[in-house]
Design a protein around this ligand. Structure first.
Ligand SMILES: Cc1cc2nc3c(=O)[nH]c(=O)nc-3n(C[C@H](O)[C@H](O)[C@H](O)COP(=O)(O)OP(=O)(O)OC[C@H]3O[C@@H](n4cnc5c(N)ncnc54)[C@H](O)[C@@H]3O)c2cc1C
Length: 583
């Protein structure tokens, strides 16, 4: 049942599980734990419902959600790798969390990545082989919006058509599709065609798989909180409920127990203060944090679980001193490399013209066809740097990428204003295996204040080297015969990057984030003195508290992370059920 106000929750109900945050991790847990009618679940979400939010439904439009009430509106600390700039740091704040606002690229990560998770956590359950069944439980492959023949665009044998989140290939062609395929032939050594980047082997260029139900976004909310699940009497979902902290409820075998959650009506924007009453609700079995890499770290610290020095300085009583909480924040730096193109058929036509976008929305509404059925991402490519002068490799292995490239049929940038006219193509470069680590620390004890978010973007020479290598690689692509007659020239800022020093300055001035913060409450082996949770997400040295979201990843995946976090949710739910003997 969906409730929008705290006073609507049935007063007498008690819950086996309370889940905090309705994003990629939280929605899976809420669904899977409540599929047994005897198990009661409360899901608390700070934001509103996703229903009827047009920009969260039409795949081409999620940029419209940034800096709205559906966004946490975070800003980073000044980033030294970005020449001291702070950047906007969006996170979804509605049912579905960031899966309701993201760009919908759906990648499982490499088999080596999962095998590394198994190794780093000492739990073979996280290996590629063992995770296959959870991957298939998450995925429901559906036809594309235009119903085109998908032969040679993916390998159907690897996919499920019976899971939860709808996944599809693009449903509207781009003028450069054939040139991209041509590139994989002409530059086959560096950029081979990859029939299916979700096979476990990611390198090369291929067609993107996206969390799109043919023409509309498929998210944690549309899939795992679909009407038939919200109808469950044993699942209560409360929106507009901002969790302010967890409260210790006693001790179990010497460990502090945390089975109570304090929340308040989230009717204030980030940075404000809520005068609403603080409401406490307790779980009989467990509280499961799924507030994302920023939210989870902030809630843990506000609850007295974190580095003693930091907490004491703010007057918070430390209940568990753990310096790993909020440490290791890792993200993927992104750079939009823009080119002028010889085409009238780019999405600049409608992004630069309010009347035309209205017409395209009308077409989308009437026919569920047209350019808005896809995300702005046309093709994805994954590559490794040919040599590494910095010694240690950050990837999980030789078939795992250092960086990604993304082709977009128009001007796509968060750091350069959209020109008033022209036609463009963007080749985004993103560093997917960075060495830099940052942190989430508290700014104040006010739960409505955003924490200090320092993802330390391009914070090492190695990461800068990877970005320089990626830009050099896409310039080589742009110069290939496959693009003759299409790419006219690089956009001004890229065109000016003619020397190594100017290239570095361009990267520092124009890079941003691809929105993948993770690792702030990492899993580690049972008994390890570092890390925040055990391999099953249970918080170390605490009773009754588990975390299942992007924060528990021991290393950021060299991939788009939403699928990875859905899979954490699927296995996480299975582990919870196993522990409590729930069928
Ligand atoms: C703009 C953007 C584009 C992206 N593009 C892609 C992409 O193309 N492909 C991809 O794979 N990934 C993408 N991502 C990343 C991906 O969506 C996230 O990695 C993933 O959703 C993280 O899952 P999560 O469960 O950790 O957190 P989230 O999905 O962010 O969910 C956390 C939830 O907790 C809630 N919450 C937080 N704090 C509190 C609190 N105090 N009280 C109550 N509720 C709280 C939030 O409102 C949110 O609903 C993108 C993200 C963004 C923001």
């Amino acid at each position: 049942t969906l409730y929008e106000r705290a006073d609507q929750l049935p007063a007498s109900t008690s819950y086996d599980f309370i889940i905090v945050g309705a994003g990629a991790g939280g929605t899976v847990l809420a669904n899977r734990l409540s599929d047994n009618p005897g198990t009661t679940v409360l899901l608390l979400e700070a934001g509103p419902s996703n229903l009827g939010v047009t920009d969260a439904i039409i795949p081409m439009l999620p940029q419209g959600l940034a800096v709205t009430t559906y966004d946490w509106n975070y800003t980073t600390t000044p980033q030294s790798g970005f020449a001291g700039r702070s950047i906007e740091y969006p996170r979804g704040r509605l049912l579905g969390g960031s899966t309701s606002t993201n760009t919908m690229a759906y990648t499982r990560a490499s088999s080596e990545e999962w095998d590394r998770y198994a190794k780093l956590t000492g739990d073979s359950g996280w290996s590629w082989k063992n995770m296959q069944k959870y991957m298939l439980m998450n995925e429901k492959f559906v036809p594309s919006a235009d119903g085109h023949n998908r032969t040679n665009q993916y390998n159907p044998a690897l996919h499920s058509t019976t899971g939860m989140v709808s996944i599809s290939l693009p449903g509207y062609p781009h003028p450069f599709d054939s040139r991209i395929i041509e590139t994989t032939k002409e530059l086959s050594k560096d950029w081979p065609f990859n029939l299916d980047m979700n096979s476990g082997s990611m390198l090369g260029i291929g067609w993107p798989q996206q969390s799109i139900d043919a023409f509309a976004r498929s998210s944690g909310a549309t899939a795992y909180l679909a009407p038939q699940y919200l109808a469950r009497k044993n699942l209560h979902v409360l929106t507009n409920a901002h969790v302010t902290r967890l409260i210790q409820t006693g001790t179990d075998s010497g460990k502090p127990a945390f089975r109570s959650v304090e929340y308040t009506t989230a009717d204030v924007p980030t940075g404000g203060t809520s005068t609403g009453p603080r409401i406490t609700v307790s779980a009989k079995k467990e509280v499961i944090l799924a507030a994302g890499a920023i939210g989870t770290a902030q809630i843990l610290k506000l609850s007295g679980i974190g580095p003693q020095k930091e907490l004491s300085a703010l007057g918070i009583k430390t209940i568990l001193n753990n310096p790993s909480v909020g440490a290791n924040l890792t993200d993927h730096p992104l750079l939009s490399n823009i080119f002028y193109v010889n085409s009238n058929d780019t999405f600049d036509t409608f992004t630069m013209n309010g009347t035309l976008i209205a017409e395209d929305i009308a077409v989308w509404n009437a026919t569920h066809q047209g350019p808005l059925v896809d995300s702005p991402l046309a093709h994805l490519g994954w590559a490794r740097v040919p040599s590494n002068p910095y010694g240690a490799d950050t990837t999980a292995g030789p078939t795992t990428p250092h960086y990604e490239i993304l082709f977009s049929n128009g001007f796509l940038s968060s750091t350069t204003p959209l020109p008033s006219s022209g036609h463009f193509m963007t080749i985004v470069t993103a560093i997917t295996s960075p060495a830099a680590r940052g942190s989430v620390t508290l700014k104040s004890t006010n739960p409505f204040d955003q924490p200090n978010i320092d993802p330390n973007m391009l914070g090492t020479d190695y990461d800068m080297y990877l970005m320089e290598s990626a830009v050099t690689a896409i310039l080589k692509i742009a110069a290939a015969n496959a693009w003759k007659g299409y790419i006219i020239k690089p956009f001004e800022d890229l065109a000016a990057a003619t020397t190594p020093a100017k290239l570095k300055a361009y990267i520092q001035a124009k890079s941003a984030t691809i929105f993948h913060p993770a690792c702030t409450a990492a899993m580690s082996p049972k008994g390890a003195s570092w890390g925040v949770t055990d391999p099953d997400g249970v918080v170390k040295n605490i009773s009754g508290l588990r975390i299942i979201d992007a924060s528990i990843l021991p290393v950021i995946p060299s991939a788009h992370p939403q699928a990875v976090i859905y899979f954490l949710g699927e296995r996480g739910a299975a582990l919870v059920k196993q522990q409590y003997g729930i069928n």
